[in-house]
Each structure stands twice: as C-alpha cells, then as structure tokens.
Design a protein around this ligand. Structure first.
Ligand code: SF4
Length: 178
C-alpha cells in the first residue's frame, strides 16, 4: 500500500493547476471574443436569400449579435452561412470555399434545402450540405423565420464560447532546442 506522500505529486499538481487556471481564462476570453465577432460568408443560392436579407436588415438586425459583417472573400470569414439549395454541380465550389476559410471556422445550414435537400429529393440536389462540409447548426424551415435564424446564431455562439483551447507546453521543446 503506497503512503499518501507517494501518490500526491505536489509540484506537478501545482503546475497543472496553474495551467488549468490559465487555460480556462484563455479559453473563456477567446470564446467570448470569437462569439461576438463572427464574420460571415453568405453562400446564397436560392429563395432563402430573402430571409437572409431580412435578418441582416433593420428590423431583425443581426448586428446586435456581432455578426453583421458579410465577407465575400472566404479568407476573411469564419462563419459559412449556406443559404438555399445546393445542387451537385455547386458541391465542389462550396467545398473549396470552406477549405479556403480561416481557422477556426463554423458552418450554419440555413433552411431545409441546405440541411437535408428539402423537398428536392432528386438526383441533382445535394441531400444536405453535411455530405460536403461539417455543419455546426441546422436551421429548419422553408424558409426559416428570421427569429429562427437568430436562435440558430445564439446556439452557435454558445458552442463557440464553450470551445476549449489547450495551452501548448513549450518547455520540453525549448529544452530540446526546437
Ligand atoms: S428551404 Fe425553402 S425557401 Fe429555402 S431555398 Fe429551399 S425551397 Fe427556398
């Protein structure tokens, strides 16, 4: 039976506690900053675009959530809003845009067409964009109401806030001269 002093690594524990404290602090701060400054790339292909315009304009005012800046360059965006029907020919284009976006990045499927193909159950339509890119939030509706879109955005903000960031331990790498 080991004594208590053998199983309590005091120095390591203090260091781990300090790391844990700073990791938590950094994670919360980064999450807070990111969730309130989402820069969106609207990939608008069909009628859901009208609801997108409604969300972006004065009555619903997506600016209240810090996501009012549409960027039409994927390298300047971290939120891909896929708004409308995606057909098979557009698939590679959507995938390339996602790959060109800056990390960390998130994706919202806006409406049933983007989420599941909607009522376009045919050979030409992608049956959900999650066959091409990872999706964080699905917003149902044909088209979704602006309130639903804002609800989806708040869900995403909660996810971004809860994201964990690890501090990389550089000490062994520095000691090895890397
Ligand atoms: S979900 Fe409805 S409104 Fe939106 S793109 Fe599809 S058919 Fe149009």
């Amino acid at each position: 039976m080991p004594s208590e002093i053998d199983i309590v690594p005091a120095v390591t524990t203090r260091r781990e506690e300090a790391q844990g404290f700073f990791e938590g602090l950094v994670s919360k701060s980064l999450g807070w900053a990111r969730k309130n400054s989402l820069w969106q790339y609207p990939f608008v292909t069909a009628c859901c675009g009208m609801e997108y315009m409604s969300v972006a304009s004065a009555r619903y005012d997506i600016a209240r959530f810090g996501a009012e800046v549409p960027r039409f360059s994927p390298r300047q965006a971290d939120l891909l809003l896929v708004v409308g029907t995606i057909n098979c020919k557009q698939g590679p284009v959507l995938k390339r845009i996602y790959e060109q976006m800056a990390e960390p990045k998130w994706v919202i499927a806006f409406g049933v067409c983007a989420s599941s193909g909607g009522f376009y159950d045919n050979y030409a339509t992608v049956q959900g964009i999650d066959r091409l890119v990872p999706v964080d939030v699905y917003i149902p509706g044909c088209p979704p109401r602006p309130e639903q879109v804002l609800d989806g955005l708040i869900l995403l903000q909660k996810k971004v806030q809860a994201q964990q960031h690890k501090l990389i331990d550089r000490v062994p790498a520095l000691a090895a001269g890397k």
